[in-house]
Design a protein around this ligand. Structure first.
Ligand code: NAD
Length: 480
C-alpha cells in the first residue's frame, strides 16, 4: 500500500519506515498508511513555516486570495477523491462527505474574501499634532491540531483564515483520519502554495504537539477536539504565552416550544442529531420539548427516523454509518443503559446493528423519552445517535436547564413566536445558536463556543482577524 505523504517545506514526505495504519471504521480494513513523523521532523516543519512567513506576509492579500480560491477550486475538482477518503477514514455517509468537501472549499473562498477586506482603523486623537492608527498584521507561523469528525473541514476552517491573513501553518491531523489531510497537502502543492506556507505532519500526537508548542517561532495554537485535550494543550501553550483558539466539546440543548412548527422542528432536529450519527460537536444532546406537544412531536420524529437507512457509508443511500471506534460504541451503550436505569423509556433502537460484512460499530438510531438532568446522556457529550427527550413546562425553567452545564458550544430553539425567539436567544449561554435552524454552521460565520467549550472564533471576517495582531501607531505631525 502506498504511503500517504506528509508535506514539509514544500516536499512530500513518506518517512523512513515507521508508519501508522488508518482503518475504515465500517469494516476495520486498512485503508491507508501515513508516516510517523518524529518530534525533530515536526520541528523542521515549524522552522519551514517560520522561514516561509517572512516572504508570505509580504505578499498582497489579493495574491493570497487568488491562491486560496485556486485551492477551493482544486478541492472541488477532486471532490470525489476527497469524499471517498473522508468516508473511508471516518465512516461518514457519502452524501455527508460530499457536503463536507464543499463546506471545506467554502472556507478557502470565504477566507480569501475576508482577507481582502481586512481593515485597521484611524482613531481620533486628543492631541492636535498626534495621529493614531491601529494596523493589522499577520501573527506569524501557527500550528493547528484537528479532530477526526471533520477530517478536511476542520483543517480548512483553520488553514484558510491563517493563510488569508498572511500567516503560515503546521497542521497535525487526527491519527484516525490523516488521509484527507495528506490529500489536501498535495492539492496545496498543485495549486502553487509556496513551500513552508502549509505543512502537514502525522504521527504521535503528544510528541508532535510538544515539539510545536515549545518552538520559539510558533505564534498561535488553534485546536479543535475534546475539552480534556484542549485544557492540556492550553496549559502547555501558556508556558510561552502562545495565543490559543480552542474549539472544544459541546452538550447542545435543543428546545422545542409548543408554539413551534412541529414538523419543521422535527426536520431540524433530525439534522442536528443524526448528522454523522451524532458525532459532531454541535450535535443536539439534550432535547427539551414543552408539555402538551410531546406525543405529536414523537410521532413526527418516529416517521422521520424510519427513513434513516443504516448501511455501508460508501453507498449513496446510507444515512447512518458506523461510529468511529469500539470505545465510541461502548459509550453510547453505557448512555442508553444508564438512561433506562434512571427511568427513561426506550421507544426504538438502543442496540448495535449487525450488518453483513460490516464491523460491530453500527448503532441503531435511538429514541428515549423521560430524560432527566442526572442521566449520563444529559451530563456528557454522547457523540452518538441517541435522541433523549426531556419534558419541560415554562420558558424560565427550560433556559435554566439548557444553561446548566459546564460547556456552551451550540444551542437550538424552535418557536414561531418572534418575541420569545429573541428573548431565548439572548439568554442562551452558547456561542452558536440555531434559531429554527438545525444546521447552523457556515464558512462566513464566526463559529466558536463559550465556557468550557473554549474560546476564539473560526470563520468569516472574525476568523481571519484572529490570525492577526493589532499594532498601534502613534505619529506626530507638524501642524500649523
Ligand atoms: P481529541 O481531543 O481526542 O483529539 C483531537 C486532536 O488532539 C487529535 O488530533 C489528537 O491526535 C490530538 N491529541 C490527542 N491527545 C493529545 C495530546 N496528549 N497532545 C496533543 N495532541 C493530542 O478529540 P477527537 O476525539 O478527535 O474529537 C472529538 C471531540 O472534538 C469532541 O469533543 C467534539 O465535540 C470536539 N469537536 C469540537 C469542534 C468545535 O468546533 N468546537 C469541532 C469538532 C469536534
Amino acid at each position: 500500500m502506498e504511503i500517504a505523504p506528509c508535506l514539509i517545506d514544500g516536499r512530500l514526505y513518506t518517512g523512513h519506515g515507521e508508519t501508522l495504519e488508518v482503518r475504515n471504521p465500517a469494516t476495520n480494513a486498512i485503508v491507508g498508511i501515513v508516516p510517523v513523523c518524529s518530534a525533530a521532523l515536526a520541528t523542521s516543519a515549524a522552522d519551514a513555516a517560520v522561514t516561509a512567513f517572512s516572504s508570505w506576509k509580504r505578499t498582497t492579500a489579493a495574491h493570497r486570495a487568488q491562491l486560496l480560491r485556486s485551492v477551493a477550486a482544486g478541492i472541488r475538482t477532486a471532490r470525489d477523491a476527497f469524499a471517498t477518503t473522508i468516508t473511508l477514514e471516518c465512516g461518514k455517509p457519502m452524501l455527508e462527505a460530499r457536503g463536507e468537501v464543499e463546506y471545506s472549499a467554502s472556507f478557502f473562498d470565504a477566507a480569501a474574501s475576508a482577507g481582502e477586506m481586512l481593515e485597521g482603523s484611524t482613531i481620533a486623537s486628543r492631541i492636535a499634532d498626534r495621529r493614531v492608527f491601529a494596523v493589522r498584521e499577520p501573527l506569524g507561523a501557527t500550528m493547528a491540531i484537528t479532530p477526526w469528525n471533520f477530517p478536511l473541514a476542520m483543517i480548512a476552517r483553520k488553514t484558510g483564515p491563517a493563510l488569508a491573513a498572511g500567516c503560515t501553518q503546521v497542521v497535525k491531523p487526527s491519527e484516525e483520519t490523516p488521509l484527507s489531510a495528506s490529500l489536501l497537502g498535495k492539492t496545496m502543492l498543485e495549486c502553487g502554495i509556496p513551500a513552508g506556507v502549509f505543512n502537514c505532519v502525522t504521527g504521535d500526537p503528544a510528541s508532535i504537539a510538544g515539539a510545536l508548542l515549545c518552538h520559539a517561532g510558533m505564534r498561535k495554537l488553534s485546536f479543535t477536539g475534546s475539552t480534556e485535550v484542549g485544557r492540556l494543550l492550553a496549559r502547555q501553550a501558556s508556558d510561552r504565552l502562545m495565543r490559543c483558539a480552542l474549539e472544544l466539546g459541546g452538550n447542545a440543548p435543543f428546545i422545542v416550544f409548543a408554539d413551534a412548527d412541529l414538523a419543521r422542528a422535527a426536520d431540524q432536529l433530525i439534522a442536528a442529531k443524526f448528522r454523522f450519527m451524532g458525532q459532531t460537536c454541535i450535535s443536539a444532546n439534550r432535547v427539551f420539548v414543552q408539555r402538551g406537544v410531546l406525543p405529536a412531536f414523537i410521532a413526527l420524529l418516529e416517521s422521520r427516523m424510519d427513513g434513516l437507512l443504516l448501511g455501508d457509508p460508501l453507498q449513496e443511500t446510507t444515512r447512518i454509518g458506523p461510529l468511529i471506534s469500539d470505545a465510541a460504541v461502548a459509550k453510547v451503550e453505557r448512555h442508553v443503559q444508564d438512561a433506562i436505569a434512571r427511568g427513561a423509556r426506550l421507544r426504538r433502537g438502543g442496540k448495535i446493528a449487525t450488518l453483513k460484512g460490516m464491523s460491530q460499530r453500527f448503532f441503531e438510531p435511538t429514541l428515549l423519552e423521560g430524560g432527566t438532568a442526572g442521566m449520563a446522556c444529559a451530563c456528557e457529550e454522547t457523540f452518538g445517535p441517541i435522541l433523549t427527550l426531556h419534558e419541560f413546562e415554562t420558558e424560565e425553567e427550560v433556559i435554566e436547564s439548557a444553561n446548566a452545564v459546564a460547556v456552551g458550544l451550540a444551542a437550538y430553539v424552535m418557536t414561531q413566536d418572534a418575541d420569545r425567539l429573541w428573548r431565548v436567544v439572548e439568554q442562551l449561554d452558547a456561542g452558536v445558536i440555531g434559531a429554527n435552524d438545525g444546521a447552523p454552521s457556515a464558512a462566513e460565520a464566526p463559529f466558536g463556543g463559550f465556557k468550557e467549550s473554549g474560546y476564539g472564533k473560526e470563520g468569516g471576517r472574525i476568523g481571519v482577524e484572529e490570525y492577526t495582531r493589532v499594532k498601534y501607531v502613534s505619529m506626530r505631525v507638524r501642524v500649523p
